[in-house]
Design a protein around this ligand. Structure first.
Ligand code: ATP
Length: 194
């Protein structure tokens, strides 16, 4: 049976950046494209970063029991939902997968696919450095949303408390200080388990 390697971490810890590089280094890992109702950001592509859908599409998938996990965020710009759908993308008999998610979605994925089929990968960055990176990234957006950035930074404290990390059995923590070093550590960790 193949595995789902599940990348988690606070906002601006580097999940997306690590994910993108891992895809190049481990082409045998397939990706799962999540769905979101949040507006598309500069530089993102529909069907690549996410499937950007509206509430009507979500409601229709819900009605057909196609939602594996769903998270809602009460943001400064309204409620944004992110979800994984049972849309035929995932076949653990065929391949392993590389996915980014939250602690809650990790739990739901464990319930759906079996705990033994998921491997958590937790990325960490010191708070001051993480906030600096978040601000730098936000400044590059066409309409920076600083309030939302701050809300996420504060919410992370609760969402990724030590108790919660322990609860889901996160043992594999990777420090993203030097990008290349962090990337190689995660790559080696994955290759060992493939
Ligand atoms: N090791 C690093 N050194 C410096 N900058 C980094 C490092 N890793 C990532 N970054 C930068 O930090 C910013 C946040 O990274 P990224 O978008 O990958 O984080 P994320 O965890 O996916 O964030 P979010 O969950 O908020 O979308 C990006 O601008 C990225 O280029």
């Amino acid at each position: 049976m193949h595995k789902i390697f599940y990348i988690m971490g606070k906002s601006s810890s580097g999940k997306d950046s690590i994910f993108k590089e891992l895809r190049k280094k481990c082409p045998q890992l397939k990706t799962i494209i999540l769905y979101t109702t949040r507006p598309i950001r500069s530089g993102e592509k529909d069907g690549e970063d996410y499937y950007f859908v509206n509430e009507a599409v979500l409601a229709s998938m819900k009605q057909r029991n196609k939602i594996i996990e769903l998270r809602s965020y009460h943001t400064q710009c309204g409620i944004w939902k992110y979800f994984t759908a049972d849309d035929g993308q995932i076949d653990l008999g065929e391949s392993s997968y590389l996915v980014i998610g939250t602690l809650e979605s990790f739990r739901d994925m464990c319930d759906y696919f079996g705990e033994e089929n998921l491997v958590p990968i937790y990325i960490e960055v010191r708070d001051d450095l993480r906030l600096e990176r978040a601000l730098k990234r936000e400044r590059l957006q066409k309409s920076p949303k600083y309030a939302e950035m701050c809300r996420r930074f504060l919410a992370d404290e609760k969402d990724f408390s030590d108790e919660k990390l322990k609860e889901i059995g996160v043992e594999n923590r990777f420090q993203n200080i030097e990008f290349e070093k962090c990337l190689s550590e995660i790559e080696a960790f994955i290759i060992k388990r493939l």
